[in-house]
Design a protein around this ligand. Structure first.
Ligand code: OSB
Ligand code: MG
Length: 372
């Protein structure tokens, strides 16, 4: 298929509830929607970098720059039969995995649509519902935390992730565990601790957590291996895994027992599949992380999570947990009886982007075609 046209839509939407992590509070959520046109079809992908470089060095501005000046010009006019025919040209750019992923994932969607199959089928997915949980930000008080968790448990969520940071760890986790003795519970530190804090994690061993996510430095693998050796709870790596090479290091150093797979963080679905297969072979468990995506990125995640080694519930909550009005339809709703989302069965990612909604929240737009 010839890539005839690519459009970038930078949009900005209000979250229904502020989201506080150890690296900051988000209330306004920006992203770039990437649309790839060929033979009357449109493939969609989402660049998930935030406004600020708090989670990653990438921002919505750097993603725009890398897409606009390098990745999109390298793709326009290409004749492709596989996503790699396009991503091969991304090698000229180091890093910027979120920018790369948005365009690569749009191409996967386009090719799946051309074949008339759901993206999950192209990925070798094995389920039509994926288990999900909810990620809960740091709250002003313990009572506010318990109230917020109650509201999500009432909605049917059966796995709770709490954001933690120094001073907000043992006490809130013990309070939630006391209230919900059997719920699947975990903490995500977003790199807020150091190896000097081992005693805190040894204390957390008492609360039967599914895992602790990214406790240490955001690019570290080695020190996580030192921590994992001293605690019973499984360490899960998020920020530190950017590529299959990082997963290899983590496996060989026994730095974690679980990987949070964010397709955006690893540069797209091709790398996601490689890391999936490496983890399966090494006996590491895996789950699908989230970046507060719109319906486009959420749909990609739901398809990805159908792959066999996604053995733990993902951070892919229902659309209404994030946005009052989403830019794609149908929105994702929680199946309350089993805390799952259903995988769309149509071609590609299986959701339709609502252009009138996109235009309403759009702050920047760029069109590239063969002649430009
Ligand atoms: O660390 O997993 C994270 C959101 C933005 C940036 C980083 C993270 C998160 C989440 C929310 O935890 C996941 C979601 O519900 O999309
Ligand atoms: Mg995380």
């Amino acid at each position: 298929m010839k890539i005839e046209r690519i459009e970038l839509h930078h949009i900005s939407q209000q979250l229904v509830h502020p989201f506080r992590t150890s690296f900051g509070t988000q209330i306004e959520r920006s992203c770039i929607l990437v649309a790839v046109y060929s033979e009357g079809l449109i493939g969609w992908g989402e660049a998930v970098a935030s406004t600020d470089p708090g989670y990653s060095y990438e921002t919505v501005t750097t993603s725009w720059h890398i897409l606009n000046d390098y990745l999109v010009p390298a793709c326009i006019g290409l004749d492709i039969t596989t996503p790699q025919d396009a991503t091969h040209h991304f090698k000229k750019v180091r890093g910027h995995q979120m920018a790369k992923a948005s365009l690569e994932n749009a191409i996967w969607d386009l090719l799946a649509k051309a074949e008339g199959v759901p993206l999950s089928q192209k990925l070798g997915g094995v389920r039509d519902r994926v288990e999900v949980g909810v990620s809960i930000g740091i709250q002003p008080t313990l009572q506010a935390l318990l109230d917020r968790i109650d509201s999500f448990v009432d909605l049917g969520y059966r796995r709770i992730k709490m954001k933690i940071e120094p001073g907000w760890e043992v006490e809130p986790i013990s309070a939630v565990r006391a209230r919900y003795p059997a719920i699947k519970l975990m903490g995500d530190a977003n790199s807020a601790f150091t190896l000097d804090d081992v005693a805190i994690f040894q204390k957390l061993d008492e609360y039967d957590l599914l895992m602790v996510e990214q406790p240490l430095y955001y690019d570290d693998i080695y020190e996580h291996s030192k921590l994992q050796a001293q605690i019973k709870t499984a360490v899960c790596l998020d920020e530190s895994i950017h590529a299959p090479q990082d997963a290899r290091s983590a496996i060989e150093l026994q730095a974690c027992r679980i990987i949070n797979m964010k397709v955006a963080r690893v540069g797209g679905l091709t790398n996601a599949i490689k890391i999936h297969d490496m983890s399966l072979e090494a006996g590491l468990e895996m789950w699908c992380g989230g970046m507060l995506e719109t319906g486009v990125g959420r749909a990609t995640n739901v398809h990805l999570a159908t792959m066999p080694n996604f053995t733990l519930p993902g951070d892919i909550s229902a659309s209404a947990r994030y946005y009052a009005e989403d830019i794609a339809e149908p929105i994702f709703e929680l199946n309350q009886e089993d805390s799952t989302l259903s995988v769309p069965s149509g071609p590609g990612i299986g959701v339709e982007v609502l252009m009138d909604r996109v235009e309403k929240v759009r702050v920047r737009h760029q069109v590239f075609d063969k002649s430009s």
